[in-house]
Design a protein. Sequence first.
Length: 719
Amino acid sequence: MRRIALFLFPLLLLACSKKDQAGTSLVVNYTPSFKKGCFVIKVSDAEGSGGERESKSISELTREGKEAGQLRVGIFRKEGWPSRVKVVVAAHENDCNGTAVNTRDLVVDLGEEGVRQDSSYTVTLVTPDEDGDGYVAKASANPDSQPGGTDCQDVGTNAVARFPGNREECDLIDNNCDEVVDENLTKNWYLDDDQDGFPRESSPVVQCPKPAGNYIEYAAGKPFDCNDDSTSPTAARTNPDASELCDGIDNNCVDGIDEGFSPRNVSCNSECGGMTRCSADGLAVECSRRPGRYYYQDRDSDGDGAADATAVLKCEDEQPEAGYVLDNHGDCDDLDPARSSVRAEICDAIDNNCSNGVSDELACGGTLKRVTDYHLSSANQRWNTVSVHPSGYPVWIAGEDGKLAIRRAATSKFESFSFGDPNNPDPPDDSPAVHPNHCDEVDWKVSWVAANGWVYLGGGAGTIGVHKGNTEPCAVGGTGEAGNLTGIVGFETSGIVPTIYLTDTNGKLFRWVFAGAGVSELDDYSGNLYGLHGLQEEYLLAVGGATSGSNTNQRFRSYTVTPGEGASAAQHNPTPNNVTGYAKSVWMGSATNACAVGENTAVWRWMGGTNWNKVPGPNGVTAHFTSVVMHDDPQAAQNSRSGHAYMVDGVPNGNPPPNPLPQGKLRRLTPYDSWGAGPDLPADSSTVPLYDLSVSTTGQTAQIWVVGDSGRVFHYPEQ
């Protein structure tokens, strides 16, 4: 008997070499996009009398030459088969083990043995796989494809990424078609509208990819932003990680607003109406008004207002009036720039810091005291004049009856060149013995020391003298006039013989060039001249007095000098009124500032021009001033010494006991025409008339010399 077989030829027409074998052909039409699946064709008895006869699987659906969307199958009758069989065609997605997505069955007639059937059969299966992922669209997507495949999306933008078994991606798509999007990949996304890294507390967007907008992934349990509104002007300063500022908002989202800062709107700097507020940077609480500033009048411009000055309050940018200082008001004399509570003590025998007198002065090398050297011990000595070398030493003193002495250094004793001093070869204090080369028995009135240490002297009856301080004889001469020489000033240029100017009690002005042109008279004034001074040879000031009727009034003159030639005089005017007696001394502190003193407490200030202004004397004091020195010391600390006038008083001729005026005082006139405290002479030894003084500076230390009657010589600083 012949065998009947089932031949399956996908995409090929049935071909058989045996013409008498029974069989037929089957054409399977399917959706052309179905390219990765499998067809399973099963043959069984049509009448149900037998089981499955044959089963074949066809998966090569894209073979070259095959018509897309069509499969041709030849079915040949095998031995033992009935002529009629049931053919079931099933389309499986992905592979032959995949889900059957569409099935068609039909009964075909294979014919009798030896008879070839020319008939063919056709079935059509709906198997759409438009995205080419091997999976057919579900029936719900295409009702004609019942029962349909398992692809949850076969067309559209995301179709290729969606099919059963696919790996789930973070893309908001159900990639594996299990009806769950991004399973096990979802995240909690919170809105961070102000983009400070801290989201607002709200329901999160739960998905895997970042949502559109200012969303951030945020871990559970972390604090949320208490102001996430990007339109809020304070949002940028508010988040749980921010430092709390003083700005009226809750910056750190903890414990409320401005915790940790002191209260605001509280009165502060009440003198200026302030209230507490937050600082501009928010880092502190500040007062809306700066502290009030209290200014005190400072009349002497030393930076310290008077201790009893009335405070003047200034707030914010209000400016004080001129002459007021901030805070300082401990000045014990607000018209004395040498003294104030803000000054440091300097060596000048003045209580500079308004505290503890002069006891807290620096180590100045001594105090203001009487010099008791052996050659100054005689009560019969009257010292009229003292002159000091620019360096501080030597110091020359001279007086009545030919008295003349020199101190060569601070540690030296005075040496005597005096006429008539006893010749004690061994003085008890180790002072040198008297030098024999004196300057005669002359009443020396004035003196001046040159750079070489020589002293130039002027005395009674027009006598002049020069002593070199060595063993050479004193050179004594005269002016040729009878008047007592009472004023002296000298000028010298390096290498040139000094030029000395003198005045006398007969109103004459002389020029004296030692060992040169000698003495020449430059002016003959009808009054009497006593004091003379100048800073340069071309301009000199002289003072004295003139008698008019029964009164003698004080007089003031200036001389414009042509060196080596003549001099022209100008009479000056006292204001507001004159004083009886004589002006006894004058000193120029600067080219436009001079002071003159005289009898009957007369003190005069000259500020240039031809007017002399009277300055009130010390309160309650009547004195006859005998000498004045103005101290100008630009190198002194804070320049506090400059512009002061120092003067001494004595008893002039014509005012002898039994009713003498006060005497023996060293007084100081400040630049503000007030009377300063100190320096003070020792009270127990300054009870005699004083006639001359010198005030200078060596380094930072003042050098003060005062000479007078009864052998009195005072010095600062003296050991």
